[in-house]
Structures are given as C-alpha cells and as structure tokens.
Write a new protein. Structure first.
Length: 80
C-alpha cells in the first residue's frame, strides 16, 4: 500500500472518531446543559449519586493530581 492511501485512511478514521465522540454526549433536552443530565441510576436512586463526607474533596484533589500528571507526560512526549 502506498503511504498516501494510509494517510488518507488514517485521516478518515480520525474524522469519523471525532464525529462519533462529539455526537454521543448530547443532552436529552437541548435547552438543558449537559452538566445537568443525570444517569438513570441517579434518577432511580439519588442516594447512590451523593458524595459521602470527604469524598468530594478527595475526588477533586485526585482529579487535579491526575491532570497535572497527564500534562507532565504530554510535555515530556512532545516532539516539537
């Protein structure tokens, strides 16, 4: 196969994945932001979706740590 065909195929697949990823997160009600859409589990049993004491702070700190770690990895792997 020529390199040109491989590049075109990769570009087409990347575009398809981008479109599929962007279209899957639409809220059920367009007037309501996606952040307010709850899963069926939360609607059926709201107590399952509440944080217990200290869980929210832990989750936020862990998310910050993971974001910093990912940013560091991206900077290290950057080739330009």
């Amino acid at each position: 196969m020529s390199i040109r065909i491989l590049i075109r195929s990769a570009a087409a697949l990347s575009f398809a994945a981008l479109i599929a990823g962007c279209s899957s997160g639409a809220p059920a009600n367009p007037a309501q932001p996606a952040s307010h859409v709850r899963s069926d589990d939360c609607v059926a049993e709201p107590s399952r979706c509440r944080y217990e004491a200290g869980e929210r702070e832990f989750a936020e700190q862990e998310a910050k740590r993971l974001n910093r770690e990912s940013a560091r990895k991206l900077r290290r792997s950057s080739w330009w």
